[in-house]
Design a protein. Sequence first.
Length: 162
Amino acid sequence: MAKMSAIRSVKSEKQKGDNNTDKYYAQLVQVLNEMLECEYAGVIRYSHYSLMIFGYNRIPIVKWFREQSAESLQHAEEIGEHITTLGGHPSLTIGKLAETFKHSMEEILRESLQHEKTQIKTLYKLLEITANKHLILEEFARKMIVEEETHVAEVEKMLRKK
């Protein structure tokens, strides 16, 4: 994987001071910050879920949730690198987190599913505004969509009764 620090998305001399380019970059940073906030929430959400699992299947499920938490942190760092590459400021805000006090396995998985679907909507927004305009972010959006949709499929299978 190419190091993010090696990626440069610098405006050309022609683009510097171009109001349309500035608006476009601001729009990219806004969407990336939405994604960042969602990933921050995922770190906490999945860590919390891992603590609330009980029963015979606890060990593999706890491991899975902790892997999801670590992956959310990795995603947050990647998104933050893209934000700073664009000259933006990464948000310190954590996305929506509400304690539902619903801790059955099914309820936790349904909350997880909703969290993933929320992020997918934002990823498609990023894909739409980068398509044929910003290759690095377009490919990043595609990669993230694949990962998040894979998570959705996994959770949906976990929720299946047969």
